[in-house]
Design a protein around this ligand. Structure first.
Ligand code: SF4
Length: 83
C-alpha cells in the first residue's frame, strides 16, 4: 500500500498540500502546521498514513509543491517516488 510520510516539524503552514489534496491534509489551528489525516505518529515529528493508488497522484503533486520538501510519497513496493 502506498504511504505518505510527513516530517511535520518544519511545516510552515503554507496550505499548498491541502490545495492539492484536501482529503488528506487539514490545518491544525493550534500550531499553524498541516496535519496529515488518518495518520499514525512514528517519531516525535514524523507522521505516516497509508493511502490508495488513487490518492497517490494528487499527493505526488503535493509533495513536489511543498516548499520545504517535507512530504514523502512511498509506493506499494516501498520505493520513494516523491519529491
Ligand atoms: S506544503 Fe509543506 S510546508 Fe506547506 S503546509 Fe503542506 S506540509 Fe506544510
Amino acid at each position: 500500500m502506498p504511504k505518505i510520510i510527513h516530517y511535520r516539524k518544519n511545516c510552515i503552514g503554507c496550505n499548498s498540500c491541502h490545495e492539492y489534496s484536501p482529503d488528506n491534509w487539514e490545518m491544525d489551528e493550534n500550531d499553524g502546521k498541516m496535519r496529515l489525516k488518518r495518520s499514525c505518529q512514528k517519531k516525535k515529528y514524523v507522521w505516516v498514513a497509508n493511502i490508495s493508488e488513487i490518492e497517490m497522484e494528487k499527493n505526488i503533486e503535493a509533495s513536489k509543491g511543498c516548499p520545504v520538501k517535507i512530504i514523502q510519497i512511498i509506493d506499494s513496493s516501498g520505493k520513494k517516488i516523491a519529491p
